[in-house]
Design a protein around this ligand. Structure first.
Ligand SMILES: NC(=O)c1ccc[n+]([C@@H]2O[C@H](COP(=O)([O-])OP(=O)(O)OC[C@H]3O[C@@H](n4cnc5c(N)ncnc54)[C@H](O)[C@@H]3O)[C@@H](O)[C@H]2O)c1
Length: 317
């Protein structure tokens, strides 16, 4: 099977976890934390990064494998030595007029992976335009509405290009754990009274989302309430930034419920994970789904990607 050529936008913590995780797997053969070693005939090690875009002057011009360690990135180093990708980081776009330039620099990338900060829908749309012009599939890992924009989705479908989004559901993050617990209540006939989640983290993503959480909180609610769970009884607290947590996220989930005879049930869960790992563990599958669909002529939204996304098309904006 031909290897997948991927271009990345935003050389932040998630790209660091993705690039390093693939390198670790190649170097050691470790399958720890890998959900699907092979997906549609594509192995985890079959991904090549052929272009990368950033806005930070320190990252532009360096090899992708150097740029991922520059501050404010704080995901840990997984291997003492990382072979250079040979892919130099290029200047990203800052307004829509630069979409043509970026399209020209995508080369023969099959997939454009968008991993810039959430809360900048114009930037997300401009990069989606670049992917359309270059004939690449687009993955939106941010909570901004791209795949939820019906016009954009139909333009990707008409162009024969997959569009996957919006917003990742981390491999084992607050959304999946909270969702599973709420489902368990329903499965066992327990009545939900109220529930909330609190998320604290020390990454640049958290720092950005504390200041600019407009699209993220709705997206987190979408992940919990899509299948009819009472949205009025589930709350997501505003995110909190604590620099000392670095790339770790600490989440607290509370559930208050009622059981037989209207007696009370109370559940509190604390989850601690490396947030960028949760993103990379899912992104590795989205990349292979997008490439495989592109090669098979499947365009627009891919239903198989839905479980990996918080806000697929049709969910609230
Ligand atoms: N578990 C998770 O970590 C998780 C889950 C779901 C969604 N997400 C989303 O994934 C995205 C990436 O997360 P992250 O932790 O890597 O964020 P990050 O802040 O570490 O990285 C984003 C990078 O994009 C760069 N950037 C900003 N504007 C740009 C532009 N115009 N062009 C190119 N680069 C630009 C920033 O300088 C930064 O280096 C975020 O939007 C986040 O909300 C993350």
């Amino acid at each position: 099977m031909k290897r997948v050529k991927v271009a990345v936008v935003g050389v932040g913590n998630n790209i660091s976890a993705l690039v390093q995780g693939i390198a670790l797997h190649r170097a050691t053969g470790s399958l720890v934390g890998i959900h699907r070693p092979v997906l549609d005939g594509l192995a985890v090690g079959d991904i090549d990064f052929v272009a990368a875009f950033a806005t930070s002057p320190e990252k532009i011009g360096t090899d992708l494998t150097e740029a991922i360690f520059l501050p404010p990135n704080n995901f840990p180093r997984l291997l003492s030595e990382l072979p250079p990708t040979g892919t130099g980081v290029r200047r990203g776009l800052t307004d829509a007029s630069q979409a043509d330039r970026v399209a020209g620099e995508l080369g023969d990338a099959e997939v454009l992976l968008y991993a810039a900060p959430s809360g900048r829908p114009e930037t997300a749309h401009a990069y989606a335009e670049a992917a359309l012009r270059a004939g690449a599939a687009f993955i939106n890992t941010t909570s901004d509405a791209v795949a939820r924009d019906p016009q954009l989705l139909s333009r990707f479908a008409a162009a024969g290009l997959p569009l996957l989004g919006d917003d990742l559901t981390s491999q084992f993050g607050t959304s999946v754990v909270h969702h599973a617990l709420l489902n368990l209540l329903a499965e066992r006939g327990i009545t939900l009274v109220s529930s909330y989640q609190v998320n604290l983290g020390g990454t640049e993503d958290f720092r950005n989302l504390v200041e600019n959480s407009n699209t993220k909180l709705q997206s987190k609610l979408n992940a919990l309430t899509a299948d009819g769970t009472a949205a009025d009884r589930v709350q997501v607290a505003p995110l909190g930034y604590l620099s000392q947590l670095k790339s770790q996220k600490v989440a607290h989930i509370n559930i208050e419920a009622q059981a037989w005879g209207e007696t009370s049930v109370s559940l509190d869960v604390k989850l601690k994970v490396h947030d960028p790992s949760g993103a990379a563990g899912v992104t590795i599958d989205l990349i292979r789904m997008a490439a495989s669909a592109l090669r098979q002529g499947r365009a627009g939204y891919l239903a198989d990607a839905a479980p990996l996304l918080k806000s697929p098309p049709g969910s609230a904006i």
